[in-house]
Design a protein around this ligand. Structure first.
Ligand code: EZ4
Ligand code: CO
Length: 402
């Protein structure tokens, strides 16, 4: 089998997606996701200008060699643009492999290690009563695990707070909007949110929380300690992770489990975090980590240190990435949990898929390959629109981590 064509579909059915379609001489094609929120066209151009011409004529079964060719062979390595581009190719090749062998991709990764993939979804509120209602609503839908975010009194437009009546979607089709941040107000507030949630909801529901890189390690230690009575499933991205040893400081102060990695691109971003057991869950997205090939190795490495998976699954990861995460999550032994921030109805229509949700778990389906397609005619009606993530400033105007 040979690759005869590779092209991009850049569309915006409610939000932007960069999708790679690789076609073979046997009529089988595969899809890969190369979406990098707010920087979509950089990946599209990396693919179309630099990668796609090198794929023609290659054997799509050679996922390992093609991955090394694009990573090692480029001389320049890592970074979100490069790795999302390589990830798009890798995932499309696994999709082709599954279709050619007439089996779902999870069967090529070790087969089913469990019946279904435990997922968590997002509850958002402008205040505690709204956040509580939102968690309850998702529990009624069947979710067993819910991430809870709430507006912080005195902090306008903090992370995870929806505009009235709309589902939360951080990227906006305008220049970066500015949100405000106060660590002091946040740290005083968050324990009161989780106290209320535990009192009202009882001990069984898994509660998660995303700090979104906003604290220093010692501040994160304080928060983790304050949250211990409410036994969170995890505290996510407590501090920016460029300084991996920062997590040692957090660990010294709290037993609240820690998840990190949605902005990582490589095991080398997490190597110290994992081998020192400073974290509990690794959250790299399949697309931004360079595809299924490196993520399978990363998961196996993490397993040696009792670190489990918690792959990123926000709406900026396309249904193709969602499916890839479900196949890998079903197969690896050290699966932890999968994020599920459902796509809009229009996005789901553009990307028809086999995966399903039932009673707290997701199932990738048994279609050959990844089980996701793209309706190119419909996609063409929704062209790319420039969009950005917000930025954040402290109350005195200092730019801080969003
Ligand atoms: O801000 O995906 O856990 N989920 C998140 C997301 C990220 C966006 C960035 O593109 O933190 O909401
Ligand atoms: Co996050």
């Amino acid at each position: 089998m040979k690759i005869i064509a590779a092209r991009l579909i850049v569309c915006s059915p409610d939000r932007n997606f960069v999708t790679l379609k690789i076609e073979t001489d046997e009529g089988i094609y595969g899809l890969g996701d190369g979406t990098l929120n707010g920087r979509e066209l950089a990946v599209a151009s990396y693919l179309s200008e630099h990668i796609l011409p090198c794929l023609i004529g290659r054997d799509p079964f050679q996922t390992e060699d093609i991955w090394q060719y694009l990573y090692r062979g480029a001389y320049w390595r890592r970074g979100p643009v490069t790795m999302a581009a390589i990830g798009a190719v890798d995932v499309a090749l696994w999709d082709i492999k599954g279709k050619a062998l007439n089996t779902p991709v999870y069967n090529l990764l070790g087969g089913k290690s469990r019946n279904g993939v435990l997922v968590y979804t997002h509850a958002n509120g402008r205040d505690i009563p709204e956040a509580l209602d939102s968690v309850r609503k998702h529990m009624d839908e069947g979710y067993l695990a819910v991430r809870a975010q709430s507006g912080v009194p005195g902090v306008a437009s903090s992370y995870g707070v929806p505009k009235a009546g709309k589902p939360y979607e951080p990227a906006e089709r305008c220049l970066p909007s500015e949100s405000l941040w106060s660590t002091e107000k946040y740290l005083n507030f968050v324990p009161t949110l989780f106290e209320k949630l535990r009192v009202e909801l009882g001990p069984d529901v898994h509660l998660l929380h995303d700090v979104h890189h906003r604290l220093t390690p010692i501040e994160a230690g304080r928060l983790g300690k304050a949250l211990e009575p409410y036994h969170l499933f995890w505290m996510e991205d407590p501090t920016p992770a460029e300084l991996q040893e920062g997590f040692e400081v957090i660990r010294r102060h709290t037993t609240t489990p820690i998840a990190v990695g949605e902005v990582f691109n490589s095991i080398w971003d997490a190597h110290d975090l994992v081998r020192h057991q400073w974290i509990d869950y690794l959250r790299m997205a399949i697309v931004h980590g360079g595809g299924i090939t490196p993520l399978k190795k990363t998961a196996d490495f993490a397993a040696l240190y009792h670190v489990r998976t918690g792959f990123h699954g926000a709406t900026d990861l396309s249904p193709v990435t969602m499916a890839a995460a479900l196949h890998l999550g079903l197969a690896v032994h050290n699966f932890g949990i999968q994020e599920h921030m459902p796509h809009s109805a229009l996005t789901d229509e553009v990307f028809p898929h086999n995966y399903t949700f039932d009673a707290g778990y997701m199932y990738p389906g048994s279609a050959p390959g990844l089980g996701v397609d793209i309706d190119e005619k419909l996609a063409a009606k929704y062209p790319y629109q420039r969009a950005y993530l917000p930025i954040a400033r402290k109350l005195d105007g200092t730019l801080t981590d969003w």
